[in-house]
Design a protein around this ligand. Structure first.
Ligand SMILES: Cc1cc2nc3c(=O)[nH]c(=O)nc-3n(C[C@H](O)[C@H](O)[C@H](O)COP(=O)(O)O)c2cc1C
Length: 190
């Protein structure tokens, strides 16, 4: 059984990306995966600074986030597109998780893991440009990113008043992304 960690690059109340992420997580669970859903709001990290790390080590929240990544086979990540790229919140968390403790191998949170990535926005393109750079970032860190990815445009029109995605096509696409990521993790573990 695959263990996937699901997190979004937005901690905004009512985040569209959080909603979309839950659909992919549902799809992964329906495919038999165990999914841990977290919010980066629960792992507040300072902006990465190498002098601070040298003086004080890796902060507890960053350690906890990295430990979660290490204890899972892969990730489901939904990211807003900020100015054609990923938000600082997400990059900062991924940067902290790339820092090894003294007794750890390099990039232990990333190497050999899989990821399913998705984005959404109120715009027509759904944040498809962030997926290009997020894929590149994760692959450079040693993650195998599923060829399937989803950018959901006009997402605000695809949900109910509680912010739950109700559009059948979007649900099918996101469930499929979740289940394929779970399947990829299982195949890789064989
Ligand atoms: C600084 C900033 C830059 C943005 N740049 C883009 C962009 O390049 N493309 C896009 O589709 N939306 C852009 N947006 C709009 C976001 O897609 C929108 O705020 C979205 O709802 C954020 O995701 P969330 O709902 O998960 O918080 C930007 C928003 C902010 C705050």
């Amino acid at each position: 059984m695959a263990k996937l960690l699901a997190f979004a690059g937005s901690t905004r109340k009512g985040s569209f990306n959080q909603s979309v992420l839950h659909c992919a997580a549902d799809g992964a669970e329906q495919a038999g995966a165990q999914v841990t859903r977290i919010s980066l709001a629960d792992y507040p990290m300072p902006l990465y600074n190498q002098d601070e790390e040298a003086a004080h080590g890796i902060p507890a929240a960053a350690q906890a986030f990295k430990a979660l990544m290490m204890s899972h086979d892969g990730f489901l990540i939904a990211s807003p597109e900020y100015n054609s790229s990923y938000p600082a919140l997400l990059k900062n968390a991924l940067d902290w998780a790339s820092r090894p403790a003294p007794d750890e191998p390099m990039l232990a949170a990333y190497k050999g893991k899989v990821a399913g990535i998705m984005a959404c926005s109120q715009g027509a393109l759904g944040g498809m440009r962030v997926l290009v750079v997020l894929r590149m970032l994760l692959e450079n860190l040693g993650v195998i990113v599923s060829p399937n990815q989803k950018a959901i445009g006009k997402v605000d029109t695809l949900m109910d008043e509680k912010g739950i995605i109700t559009d059948a096509r979007a649900l099918k696409q996101l469930h499929g992304l979740g289940s394929q990521t779970a399947d990829l993790a299982v195949r890789l573990a064989r």
